[in-house]
Design a protein around this ligand. Structure first.
Ligand code: PEP
Length: 251
């Protein structure tokens, strides 16, 4: 891993957590990060939007960053039930995940929508984490690299830089399944992503590309050691403070 790229370990809590448990989890992560005193990595947690303000308050001063899991493309207006990037920022978020495969599948989010959401994040001063990844059928058809390239070209807005964008490579078939690609497969995907980013970002060599998909404490060291992997986007394992901190330690 190029040390010029500060590793980022991001936890995506998805639609999990009621106030008491979520605050206990947030405090557990904050305590661990405070104790470790890491200056050489970043730790981010993305709770459900309902908990963002409380979680941001609970981790304040610990160094733990907070993010949203999604945002609307607009800043405000008649969009019942939606949450804008500005609202996330106002609630204590510094980051927002956009284009997670669950939203691409469940909500029909296209590359164009993901791109608009990344631009909305910029408008609000948030750092978007743009997710891309192939399905099992696409992998089995030998289309992985082509799919990643098309998603990147469609989802990354013009004007991207390493300071304004993080990319997360998440094979859809590895999310929540306990299955992971081999280290060589991860490295091949990330090398291609970095190459494609060269045409999309002015300083692609410095842009962080995370791996996501069944990362846990026991496999984090191996997966994060792959070339061009600059951290992890973690789902299930981010719901236990010890497990999530073990991944952060491995970074
Ligand atoms: C995710 O949803 O972004 C994810 C990587 O989930 P998991 O770690 O549970 O596979």
């Amino acid at each position: 891993m190029a040390r010029s790229r500060l590793p980022l370990i991001a936890g995506n809590w998805k639609m999990n957590g009621l106030r008491a448990d979520a605050l206990a989890l947030a405090r557990g992560v904050a305590d661990g990060v405070r104790l470790a005193g890491w200056k050489d990595r970043e730790v981010l947690i993305c709770p459900p939007a309902t908990l963002l303000i409380a979680v941001a308050e609970a981790v304040a001063g610990s160094g733990v960053l907070c993010g949203g899991q999604n945002c609307h493309v607009g800043a405000s207006g008649a969009h019942t039930g939606e949450i804008s990037a500005e609202m996330l920022s106002d609630s204590g978020a510094s980051h927002v995940i956009v284009g997670h495969s669950e939203r691409r599948a469940d909500c029909g989010e296209t590359d164009a929508i993901v791109r608009a959401k990344a631009e909305a994040a910029w408008r609000a001063g948030l750092l978007p984490i743009v997710c891309i990844g192939e399905t099992l059928a696409e992998r089995e058809a030998g289309r992985t690299l082509g799919v990643l390239e098309a998603q990147l070209k469609g989802s990354v807005p013009t004007g991207a830089t390493s300071a304004k964008l993080v990319v997360a490579y998440e094979p859809v078939w590895a999310i929540g399944t306990g299955k992971t690609p081999t280290v060589a497969e991860v490295a091949a995907a990330h090398a291609h992503i970095r190459e494609v980013l060269t045409g999309l970002a002015s300083d692609a060599g410095a842009l962080r590309v995370l791996y996501g998909g069944s990362v846990k404490g026991s496999n984090a060291g191996e997966l994060l050691s792959a070339d061009n992997v600059d951290g992890a986007l973690v789902g299930g394992a981010s719901l236990k403070a010890d497990e999530f901190l073990a991944i952060a330690k491995a970074a």
